[in-house]
Write a protein that binds this ligand. Structure first.
Ligand code: ADP
Ligand code: MG
Length: 291
């Protein structure tokens, strides 16, 4: 590729809202076979809302939601915001939370109104020694609908489950169709529940799923995928920065976090995912003309 043709292509890309931070990304994209995408905030809007709430016998729905939201008020996770919003919509007043701790990929713990409150993934309950059996079937049903079930424990007793769901971005189906049209293999990478991730992937026609990936684990997934050829990773979050850097081409969503943007080779200025396919198409057109 000549410097001029690359300049022309990156200029054209910029007009389309695709920022090539590194010139050689246009060349690297040409050889990419696999596109791995983060789920939350990349394929989806990243603003989940609470959809379901099931309480165990002996627990009051509003009282449990108040405890959960009080604990989650200290977390910045989008799931936490969904729980806090749901409590606000019911007009529930939150209590201060003490001894708060958030464990990425697991959930949160806090003491609220003298009660120990824990909310998160089934692996959090496993670690606490709280059996999820009473709600496992219900959780599986919710996950099969693409919702994320979260278990709640109060004073070490299973108190109920809440489910949150995130909306697919309007641009996602068209973007995936375009990537498939270019012959690329599409992989979803997420910290979310396996069943939930698989349900979403099935709906979107995604080729493979890497689920229940711990925050540090996205890099390992990218490294593993790279054994089969060049990999592009698309993400938006702080958690995604190492994977964006490890990929042959890191593509950040411009509406995402600064850390992700700084770790990327390519930035999509709008949140629209169709820019990923456009970047590939521009790369192919440019490299074909001058190779
Ligand atoms: P992702 O970015 O894909 O959502 P995370 O690693 O942030 O992945 O979260 C993985 C899982 O950990 C969530 O699906 C949820 O089950 C649990 N989790 C993380 N943070 C929280 C939280 N604040 N409240 C409840 N559950 C949480
Ligand atoms: Mg994300």
């Amino acid at each position: 590729a000549t410097p001029t043709s690359i300049m022309v292509a990156t200029g054209r890309a910029a007009e389309l809202g695709i920022l090539f931070r590194k010139g050689d990304a246009l060349q690297s994209l040409r050889g990419v076979r696999t596109v791995a995408l983060d789920k939350t905030g990349t394929l989806t809007q990243g603003r989940p809302s609470l959809t379901d709430f099931v309480v165990a016998d002996g627990f009051d729905e509003d009282e449990l939601l108040r405890l959960l939201a009080s604990a989650e008020a200290r977390s910045e996770h989008p799931i936490a915001q969904a729980v806090v919003r749901a409590a606000a919509e019911r007009g529930l007043e939150l209590a201060p939370a003490q001894s708060f701790s958030a464990d990425p990929g697991f959930g949160v713990s806090a003491v609220v109104a003298g009660r120990r409150v824990e909310v998160g993934a089934d692996r959090l309950m496993q670690r606490l020694g709280v059996s999820v059996a009473p709600f496992a079937e219900e959780a599986a049903r919710l996950a099969d609908e693409g919702r994320t079930p979260l278990y709640a424990a109060v004073d070490g007793r299973l108190a109920g489950i809440v489910a949150v769901a995130d909306t697919i971005k309007p641009s996602t189906p068209a973007a995936l169709a375009a990537l498939h049209g270019l012959g690329l293999t599409v992989v979803m990478v997420t910290g979310d529940n396996r069943r939930t991730a698989e349900a979403v992937a099935r709906r979107l026609g995604i080729d493979a799923v890497e689920a229940e990936v711990l925050p540090g684990g996205k890099v390992e997934v990218v490294e593993r995928l790279r054994r089969a050829g060049l990999v592009a990773f698309v993400g938006d979050g702080i958690n995604d920065a190492p994977a964006l850097a490890a990929a042959d081409v890191g593509i950040a969503i411009g509406t995402g976090t600064d850390v992700a943007i700084e770790s990327a080779d390519v930035v999509l200025m709008s949140g629209a995912l169709t820019g990923v396919a456009t970047a590939f198409a521009l790369s192919r057109a440019t490299m074909r003309n001058i190779a």
